[in-house]
Design a binder for this molecule. Structure first.
Ligand SMILES: [Zn+2]
Length: 101
């Protein structure tokens, strides 16, 4: 840094006087009383301006159902793969037993 570019401590502090963090302003939900961002839907109950705009319980149920369906699909796929692997292992072991005889 060239000395020409150097700021005084006072200039640095003046600049940094605007860097303080502010606490977020929150509104109280009229339905459930939880804190939420103003002009935004309540994330606890899905209400905005006194009416339900999103079915959060239903959305959660759908999400859980999708997750369970995915787990079931993976389990079914693993079951369909496992017998072929077992067969391949038994086929690989069979010649060895024949050689031993
Ligand atoms: Zn709410």
């Amino acid at each position: 840094m060239v000395i020409r570019m150097r700021h005084t401590r006072s200039h640095t502090k003046n600049r940094r006087s605007h860097h303080a963090l502010k606490a977020p302003t929150l509104a109280t939900c009229s339905n459930c009383g939880a804190q939420h961002r103003p002009h935004h839907m309540c994330l606890e109950c899905g209400f905005y301006k006194g009416r339900q705009v999103m079915d959060l319980a239903g959305a959660k149920a759908n999400r859980e159902a999708r997750k369970q369906a995915k787990k079931d699909a993976i389990a079914a796929q693993a079951e369909s793969i496992a017998p072929t692997e077992a067969a391949a292992v038994s086929q690989a072991e069979a010649p060895e037993t024949k050689e031993e005889k």
